[in-house]
Design a protein around this ligand. Structure first.
Ligand SMILES: Cc1cc2nc3c(=O)[nH]c(=O)nc-3n(C[C@H](O)[C@H](O)[C@H](O)COP(=O)(O)OP(=O)(O)OC[C@H]3O[C@@H](n4cnc5c(N)ncnc54)[C@H](O)[C@@H]3O)c2cc1C
Length: 496
């Protein structure tokens, strides 16, 4: 028997005070204001938050706008910097790099990706030269352009603990009740749904809807309701990370995250204003945990501010995210590994789907919840495929991890997409895609995957004109970037 979906919601209990919990609390307190719904967030002082989610995706701007956060105030409060994309080093082979930007490549990334065709015909150089944000990133420059909208988006890099604290203040100002307490028991309803939570000090919390933001523990959805976990570690074998902040070195602040492929995983470098976030995400199947720690320490370019911290996880997702009166948001619903900084984005998507349901959706019933689950689970799988693309296209064979990912069988959905690209130069898009054609093209191009066949129409294009158009675009981008301020100067001016 499936537990019943609540017909009417008057009391919402959020379990967990990490990024997921406080993002959910702030959004609900804003979106449900005046509806007479009581919101309470409970978190344990005995269970620390993960707190290393520091790099984000452009849609975070929409979340911040939705809850009414001023950008300058936010950057000041969270040690924030701007992010134009991710620099990938050593992924195809050692010594090569490419940039996945939040940019617009226009026609070059259109449905019949012209870039792939140009490249096949020997016309094109480096795709990064055709991308305004990639050139801005390379030159260390950044500006929030005035409208009309420039051909790039941007995201932020910030201290996740400071962001959660910032949202906590905001959510509490808007009426969210904050309870410190460790949940020791979950009481069930006769139909299997959750009736209440028992805290270690004997207090009881009841509610109509319980939002599980309890992190990897997945206290309600995973542990209590035993919703099956779909394990993706065959395709995404990383299962641990060492994280270590270091002192900021020098004045410059790269407006991007760096991801460097290593023997048994990859290392991140995320520049904040007062420090740098570093980590080594690795697969303990392919590299010894202590060796992974050493490799992280070798990557650091500043003095460590703390001992490296080890986090363990399994990549995958719950089969359903919403069951009866329990909905999981954040790590409790699944984790795909941080390569494309998509966890906070997925938190935001979960919140948006819930808000639509609570404010403008039809009746809250089994059908509505099934639709929620279908959309949310599909979106997870689309991102999974995009992350796998970064691995399976490698030409590296220098260690067991890279040999595994280069030869593993792919999910059918990804295999189909890659075949469409290889055979026809088409970047196929499914529903619920988080990453558009520009993103797919950036990775195909960076990893040296080119179509075998050109669009016949292209054969009609005068080659010289096409080559001149590309060179003209690259020159225009270089000229546009030259006068822009350095990222650190721009930030200093904004936050003065
Ligand atoms: C190595 C690594 C790197 C990452 N990098 C990024 C990144 O760059 N970008 C990105 O978007 N995401 C990243 N993430 C993911 C990101 O950290 C998380 O999505 C985000 O922090 C949200 O976590 P959470 O709130 O779901 O869980 P947590 O932060 O784990 O919070 C769980 C909460 O539940 C509470 N809790 C647990 N048990 C109980 C109990 N019994 N009683 C009461 N309360 C309880 C805890 O006290 C805590 O408050 C990364 C994750 C990892 C592991």
């Amino acid at each position: 028997m499936n537990p019943a979906v609540p017909a009417r919601i008057q009391r919402i209990v959020i379990v967990g005070g990490g990024s997921a919990g406080w993002m959910t609390a702030a959004a609900l307190a804003t979106g449900l204001r005046g509806k007479g719904i009581d919101i309470e967030l409970v978190e344990s002082e005995q269970v620390a938050t993960v707190g290393v989610g520091e790099a984000t995706f452009p849609s975070i701007l929409n979340y911040n706008r939705m809850v009414g956060i001023d950008e300058t105030e936010f950057l000041r409060a969270t040690d924030g910097t701007f992010k134009l994309g991710i620099f990938f080093h050593d992924w195809r082979v050692k010594g090569e790099h490419y940039f996945h930007s939040f940019g617009d490549l226009g026609q070059l990334a259109g449905p019949h990706a012209l870039w792939g065709q140009h490249r096949r015909l020997g016309l094109a150089g480096n795709l990064d030269h055709q991308s305004l944000p990639a050139v801005m990133a390379r030159e260390g420059r950044f500006v929030v352009a005035e409208p009309p909208k420039p051909p790039y988006d941007y995201a932020y890099q910030f201290d996740a603990a400071l962001y959660a604290a910032f949202l906590r203040r905001l959510a509490m100002q808007r009426g969210v009740r904050h309870t410190l307490g460790h949940i020791v028991d979950v009481q069930r309803r006769p139909d299997g749904g959750v009736a209440g939570l028992l805290l270690a000090d004997g207090r009881q919390l009841t509610g109509d809807l319980f939002i599980d933001c309890s992190g990897f523990r997945s206290l309600l959805l995973g542990q209590t309701l035993a919703e099956p976990f779909l394990d993706y570690s065959h395709w995404l074998p990383v299962d641990a990370a060492w994280a270590c902040p270091t002192e900021r070195v020098g004045e410059a602040l790269p407006p991007y995250t760096r991801a460097t492929a290593l023997e048994g995983g990859w290392a991140w470098r995320i520049p904040l204003r007062s420090r740098t976030g570093n980590g080594h995400v690795f697969s303990s199947r392919f590299i010894d945990v202590e060796k992974a720690r050493e490799q992280l320490l070798q990557q650091l370019d500043g003095a460590p501010l703390a001992e490296p911290r080890l986090l363990r996880f399994t990549t995958g997702q719950r089969q359903r995210f919403w069951v009866g009166n329990v909905l999981a948001i954040g790590l409790s619903s699944g984790f795909l590994e941080p390569l494309e900084s998509t966890s906070i984005y997925l938190i935001q998507c979960g919140i948006s789907r819930l808000m639509v349901q609570l404010t403008e959706g039809g009746p809250l019933d089994d059908e509505a919840v099934a639709r929620f689950n279908e959309g949310a689970a599909t979106q997870f799988r689309r991102i999974r495929d995009f992350i796998i693309l970064h691995y399976c296209t490698t030409a590296r064979r220098d260690s067991a991890l890279w040999r595994h990912v280069a030869s593993m069988e792919l999910p059918d959905t990804l295999a189909f997409k890659m075949e469409a690209w290889r055979r026809f130069g088409v970047v196929h898009q499914y529903d619920e895609e988080a990453f558009g054609t520009t993103s797919w093209l950036s990775v195909y191009s960076g990893m040296g995957c080119w179509p075998e066949c050109a669009d016949p129409v292209l054969d009609e294009l005068p080659r010289q004109e096409a080559a001149q158009a590309l060179e003209g675009r690259a020159q225009a981008i270089r000229r546009a970037v030259e006068p822009l301020p350095a990222h650190h100067r721009y930030l200093a001016d904004r936050l003065r």
